[in-house]
Design a binder for this molecule. Structure first.
Ligand code: IDP
Ligand code: MG
Length: 140
């Protein structure tokens, strides 16, 4: 059943500006079920570890600063073909390239502050979900 889950974050810019509700509504309307969810403020260490794959990129430092700038909502979502379906729902990393009607096109304010994270593979979905949630915090 591993392919049925993905991991998502509603990023600080979206939480700060009251977009969590509207984003959750889009996620629910697209048929995703919430298997786990909580609000946290990431530590620098957590953010650096989560985005470790990008540590040599020029945007890394800014990304860590942004992701630790305020609370985020982390969640595990269930849907058939969850990883691919959720990436379709959020749209391209750069909101200007994201299709109309996607979450990022609707709520992102820049490439960095692009409102949501979505895992890019089943393997990463499992890794990212386990990074933030214990088994007792997971349902479904
Ligand atoms: P993804 O979130 O669509 O998988 P990644 O390339 O994995 O995109 O990048 C992770 C995050 O880093 C993005 O969601 C965005 O917040 C930030 N990011 C990516 N590329 C840039 C950039 O060129 N400038 C600033 N921030 C970026
Ligand atoms: Mg990525």
């Amino acid at each position: 059943m591993i392919g049925d889950y993905t991991f998502s974050i509603i990023k600080p810019n979206a939480v700060r500006t009251g977009k969590s509700g509207p984003i959750m509504a889009m996620i629910n309307e697209a048929g995703f079920e919430i298997a786990a969810m909580k609000m946290i403020k990431m530590t620098k260490e957590q953010a650096e570890s989560f985005y470790e794959v990008h540590k040599s990129k020029p945007f890394f430092e800014g990304l860590i600063e942004f992701m630790t700038s305020g609370p985020v909502l982390v969640m595990v979502l269930r849907h058939e073909n969850a990883v691919e379906e959720f990436r379709k729902l959020i749209g391209a990393t750069d909101p200007n390239k994201a299709e109309q009607g996607t979450i990022r096109r609707t709520f992102a304010v820049s490439v960095q502050m692009n409102a949501v994270h979505g895992s890019d593979s089943d393997e990463n979905a499992q890794k990212e979900a386990n990074f933030f949630f214990s088994t007792s915090e997971r349902f479904l």
